[in-house]
Write a protein that binds this ligand. Structure first.
Ligand code: UT7
Length: 328
């Protein structure tokens, strides 16, 4: 028997410290005007030096479970999407368990960059559909501020920190769940966006630190082009598989990297502008956490009603991409 599933609850946790473009003006040679015009970002949240990714995710998971009316003990699988793990091992998901005092349920990380949360949602759906799980927490969190070079104006203005989680549960509702989805990757493009050192290719050494090889390295133009191509192709395919037209979409939530990427993708897919939800101006690019943060904020703002068709689409390091059409 195939079990359907629904997003039963959502929660976020954002560090309180706001870093504005004006403050960044005093750190690197940039301007509020350049950042707003080229990216749409006005401010972002920054975690304190003592905060790790699991410190942000744990309260987001608590909030999502509370929203879902689910006790932490009822969670049977914990998936965590992140590019900024607490440690090389164990997984950040296990650190989240440690923070929450949870023992027992399977816990694992999904490493797919900014696409990580949609990849994890795809896995949650498969686990529930097959009867392997009933209540999956699909979480994402990033402390991007610890992996950017704060002297590099091409990257430091783009990213922010934060976390979000959703409780995805089996349901008897026949009209809920995923109407269509797809995911993919092109590993030949791995080097257009990556953190070169700290793993087994280049373990940390005095040299890698001197070379600044532990921070985001990115070919911005190439990422921009690939992002628009990957997200628009994948989103169109998902709509087609769900037998929907762009105007059937009640809300589109694209990955929040850059307002120009969002706008180019939206117009290629054909979803009306007023049906796109954005958080990029306030939070910047929170990598894997951007989509669940936006989903939670859209819900809180009353923009999601039962039965709505929601189009989620993302791209990220890898290169990875994925799109999901949800019936809310
Ligand atoms: O989740 C995925 C993460 N990554 C992305 O999504 C990034 C995708 N790429 C982008 O969003 C854009 O390519 C950027 C925002 C990174 C750059 O925007 P752009 O319009 O592609 O600018 P550009 O790289 O072509 O640079 C134009 C100029 C350059 O100066 P010159 O060489 O023309 O003199 C840059 O040095 O703008 C300069 N520049 C800046 N100026 C002021 C680059 N960054 C800044 C800055 N402030 N922060």
């Amino acid at each position: 028997m195939i079990h359907s599933f629904e997003v039963r609850g959502t929660g976020i946790f954002m560090p309180p410290r706001v870093l504005t473009n004006q403050e960044i003006e005093s750190m690197v040679d940039t301007s509020d005007q350049w950042i707003v015009e080229r990216t749409g970002i006005s401010e972002r949240r920054i975690a304190s030096a003592e905060t790790s990714t699991s410190d942000l995710i744990a309260p987001a998971v608590r909030n999502a479970c509370e929203d879902a009316g689910l006790a932490l003990e009822e969670v049977d699988t914990l998936l965590v999407a992140t590019s900024t793990p607490d440690t090389m091992f164990p997984s950040t998901a296990c650190w989240v368990q440690e923070r929450l005092g949870i023992r027992g349920p399977a816990a694992l990380d999904v490493a797919a960059g900014c696409t990580g949360w949609l990849y994890a949602l795809e896995l949650a759906g498969a686990l529930i559909s097959s009867g392997r799980a009933r209540n999956v927490v699909v979480a994402a969190g990033e402390v991007m501020s610890k992996v950017v070079d704060w002297t590099d104006r091409r990257t430091c203005v783009l990213f922010g920190d934060g976390a979000a989680a959703a409780v995805v549960s089996a349901t008897d509702r026949e009209d809920a769940g995923v109407l269509a989805s797809n995911w993919g990757a092109d590993g030949t493009l791995a080097q257009i966006l990556y953190q070169p050192a700290g793993g087994t290719q280049r373990p940390a050494s005095a040299e890698t630190i001197a070379e600044k090889a532990h921070v985001v390295h990115m070919d911005g133009g190439a990422v921009f082009r690939q992002a628009v191509r990957a997200m628009s192709t994948s989103a169109k395919q998902a709509l087609e598989s769900a037998s929907l037209t762009p105007t059937d979409v009640d809300l589109m939530i694209p990955h929040q990297a850059n307002i120009r990427i969002i706008e180019a993708t939206r117009s290629r897919v054909g979803v009306p502008l007023e049906r796109t939800f954005n958080t990029v101006s306030r939070y910047g690019n929170v990598s894997a956490a951007t989509i669940p943060i936006a989903l939670h904020e859209a819900k809180t703002a009353g923009k999601l009603n039962p039965g709505d068709r929601v189009l989620l689409t993302s791209f990220g390091t890898g290169l990875t991409w994925a799109s999901t059409v949800l019936r809310w």
